[in-house]
Ligand binder design. Structure first.
Ligand code: GDD
Ligand code: MG
Length: 350
C-alpha cells in the first residue's frame, strides 16, 4: 500500500476532563495500553510507511512514550504547532513535504478496519479527498455526510442541528488526501477541516468521495463512549489480540501476576491486568477492566468500570459506570456512580 499517515493528536480532550487534563486523549488506555500505541501498531501491520503526529496539547506525554516509533514497527515523526491551527491547519502543517497520497486520522477515535480497501476506493475514483464513514443511530455531535449512489459527497455538515441533515452516515475521522487538497487550507490561521475545508472543496466541485468502513469504530471521547468501547472489547465486538490470545476462563481474563483473594467474587466479563489485586469479599464485574497495578479493597463492589494503572478503590466502596484515572483513589465506603476520578497529582501527565 505504501502510504504515510498524519495523526491529529493535538486536541484538548475537554469532554474527558479531569482524566485528560494532563494527558492527550489519544493516550487514554484501551485495555490498559495507550490507544495511540495500538493505533500505530495497527498502521505498521497494515504497511503504513510513516506516521506524522500533529501535536499541540501536552506533546511530551506522547513523544516520551512513543519516541521514534521503532518499537511499534514504523517511523514516527512529530510536528508541534506554534499556535492553535485547528484540524485543517494541523493537517496542512503536518503534511508538509509528504508529496503523495496520504491518510489522516483523528487519533482520539478507536477503530480497526482494512486501510487498503479505503485507499483502493480513493484511487479507483480518482478522488481528491475520501472520507471514511460509519453509520450511527444518533448522529448528533458528529460530522454528517450526504452522498450520491456513486459515493460522491454532496454535503458535509459538522455537528448539525437536529433534523438538519437526513443521513445516518457520520465522518469517522479517517480520510485519504491528495496533496493538492492542501491548497484549500489557508495558512497561518486556525482552520477546521470539517467546517471550512470540506465545504470549500465541495463548493469548488472537487471530487470528494466517502465510503463506509467495515470494521470496528467508536469515539473514545466521553465517559459513556469510553466505557462502551471496553464493553465492546469484553463482548468480543472488537477483537483485540489480548482477548483472543490469552486463555479466558468463562470470560475472566486474568494476567498471571494478578491476585484475587479466594473470598472475592468475579462476575464475568472481567479483565484483570498485570499486578492488579482484588481483596477479600470484593465483588468485581460485570464489565470491569482493572489496569496494571490497580487494587480493589475488601468488600468493595465494582461494575461497568475501567481503572487505569495504579488506581484504587477503598474497602467497602461502591463503583459503577465510572472511570478512575492513573493512581486515582476512591476512599473506603464511598459510592461513585457515573464518576470520572482525577489521576493522582503525583502521576498526572506521566
Ligand atoms: N494537532 C492538532 N491541532 N490536532 C487537533 C486540533 C489542533 O488544533 N484540534 C483538534 N485536533 C485533533 C483532536 O485531538 C482529535 O484527534 C481530532 O483532531 C478531532 O478533533 P475533536 O475536537 O476531537 O473533534 P470532534 O470529536 O468534536 O469531531 C471530529 O471527530 C468526529 C469523529 O469522532 C470531527 O472530525 C467530526 O466530523 C467527526 O464525526
Ligand atoms: Mg473527537
Amino acid at each position: 500500500m505504501q502510504v504515510k499517515a498524519v495523526l491529529l493528536a493535538g486536541g484538548l480532550g475537554t469532554r474527558l476532563h479531569p482524566l485528560t487534563e494532563h494527558l492527550p486523549k489519544p493516550m487514554v488506555p484501551v485495555l490498559g495500553r495507550p490507544w495511540l500505541e495500538r493505533l500505530l501498531e495497527d498502521l505498521a501491520k497494515q504497511r503504513v510507511t510513516e506516521a506524522v503526529c500533529a501535536l499541540r496539547h501536552e506533546p511530551e506525554a506522547i513523544m516520551d512514550r512513543i519516541g521514534d516509533g521503532e518499537s511499534l514497527g514504523l517511523p514516527v515523526r512529530y510536528r508541534i504547532e506554534p499556535a492553535p491551527l485547528g484540524t485543517g491547519g494541523a493537517i496542512r502543517y503536518a503534511a508538509q513535504g509528504i508529496g503523495e497520497t496520504f491518510l489522516v486520522f483523528n487519533a482520539d477515535v478507536a477503530h480497526q478496519f482494512d486501510l487498503k480497501k479505503l485507499v483502493d476506493f480513493h484511487r479507483e475514483r480518482r478522488a481528491l479527498v475520501t472520507i471514511g464513514l460509519v453509520a450511527l443511530e444518533d448522529v448528533s455531535g458528529y460530522g454528517v455526510v450526504e452522498r450520491d449512489d456513486a459515493g460522491r459527497v454532496l454535503r458535509f455538515v459538522e455537528k448539525p442541528e437536529p433534523g438538519e441533515v437526513r443521513s445516518p452516515f457520520v465522518n469517522a475521522g479517517v480520510y485519504v488526501f491528495e496533496p493538492a487538497a492542501l491548497e484549500y487550507i489557508p495558512e497561518g490561521r486556525e482552520v477546521s477541516v470539517e467546517r471550512e475545508t470540506f465545504p470549500a472543496l465541495l463548493a469548488a466541485g472537487e471530487p470528494v468521495y466517502a465510503t463506509v468502513l467495515d470494521g470496528y469504530w467508536s469515539d473514545l471521547g466521553t465517559r459513556e463512549r469510553y466505557l462502551r468501547v471496553h464493553r465492546d472489547i469484553l463482548a468480543g465486538r472488537w477483537p483485540l489480540p489480548e482477548v483472543g490470545l490469552q486463555p479466558a476462563r468463562d470470560r475472566v481474563w486474568q494476567d498471571p501476576s494478578a491476585r484475587v483473594h479466594p473470598e472475592a467474587e468475579l462476575v464475568p466479563p472481567v479483565w484483570l491486568g498485570p499486578r492488579s489485586v482484588v481483596e477479600s469479599g470484593a465483588v468485581v464485574g460485570p464489565w470491569v477492566v482493572l489496569g496494571p497495578g490497580s487494587r480493589i479493597g475488601a468488600g468493595a463492589r465494582v461494575q461497568d468500570a475501567v481503572l487505569w494503572e495504579g488506581a484504587r478503590v477503598g474497602p467497602g466502596a461502591q463503583l459503577e459506570s465510572s472511570v478512575l484515572g492513573r493512581g486515582a483513589s476512591v476512599p473506603g465506603g464511598v459510592r461513585c456512580w457515573e464518576c470520572l476520578v482525577a489521576p493522582s497529582p503525583a502521576t498526572a501527565g506521566r
